[in-house]
Design a protein around this ligand. Structure first.
Ligand SMILES: Nc1ncnc2c1ncn2[C@@H]1O[C@H](COP(=O)(O)OP(=O)(O)OP(=O)(O)O)[C@@H](O)[C@H]1O
Length: 234
């Protein structure tokens, strides 16, 4: 089986000349279809940078990143955009548009895909909001939702178009324990139903039990691949 995400000898630098600083060192990582992989590590160790490179939000400089069979290093902008459409992003600052309702926020992500233009996008958006437990909030403006509810809208938005990959950066950071666990359980359930692959960055030890695999980043290096099959759960 080919990996959905394959990172090979990836190095990354920020800054130029004397300010040039290496932040990722020879990263190698394969993630397979349907896997939920959690990446942990201290602040500044390079997790967000790696996630942004994998998601095509930053250009890779040295090494290789293959996403769904597409080489991202040196890819044209257009090619990167095509790959990005197959990825759902869930970031801590959920980036909902506050002047739109929950349903309109989700609908916007469907409008990016030709295949949905012929379908009833309002109904599809309402369905996925139901699935994340927000059936009674679909007409609420994002501003009038709690942190956990906004995060659930962000999940609905990311998963509505059935992406093959979901990238999540600290999806539970601003949530209390219960909301945090609700949010990741919803992600886990929908991902398993849709067969999508999740790469999730977190400092939140309370959610490690949803991972199929936990990887650890330190000082720009992936130092171990351990704890397959939820050794750390509970
Ligand atoms: N745009 C940038 N320009 C220069 N340096 C950057 C930039 N973004 C990140 N860095 C540096 O790269 C290193 C890795 O940062 P990154 O945000 O990837 O770490 P992280 O593990 O996600 O941290 P955190 O857990 O605090 O979010 C840090 O030393 C950071 O200061």
């Amino acid at each position: 089986m080919k990996p959905v995400i394959s990172v090979c000898h990836l190095n990354h630098y920020f800054g130029r000349e004397e300010l040039r600083k290496q932040v990722l060192f020879d990263i190698n990582l394969d993630i397979y279809s349907g896997e939920i992989v959690i990446m942990t590590g201290p602040s500044g160790s390079g997790k967000t940078t790696l996630l942004a490179l994998v998601g095509g939000l930053r250009s890779a400089q040295f090494g290789s990143i293959t996403i769904l069979g597409n080489q991202m290093c040196g890819a044209s902008k257009q090619h990167v955009m095509q790959v990005r459409r197959q990825i759902g992003y869930i970031f801590q600052a959920h980036n909902l548009l506050t002047f739109l309702t929950a349903k309109q926020n989700v609908r916007m992500s469907l409008e990016l895909h030709d295949k949905y233009l012929e379908q009833d996008m309002d109904e599809l958006a309402a369905d996925i909001l139901n699935a994340v437990g927000l059936g009674d909030r679909i007409h609420y403006y994002a501003d009038n939702l709690s942190g956990g509810q906004k995060q659930r809208v962000a999940i609905a938005r990311a998963l509505a178009s059935h992406p093959k990959i979901v990238l999540a950066d600290e999806p539970t950071a601003s949530l209390d324990k219960k909301s945090g666990q609700d949010v990741v359980k919803i992600m886990q359930r929908l991902a398993k139903e849709q067969g999508c692959t999740i790469l999730l960055v977190t400092h939140d030890n309370r959610i490690l039990n949803i991972a199929d695999r936990i990887i650890h980043m330190e000082d720009g290096r992936l130092i171990k691949e351990a704890d397959e099959h939820k050794v750390l759960s509970g």
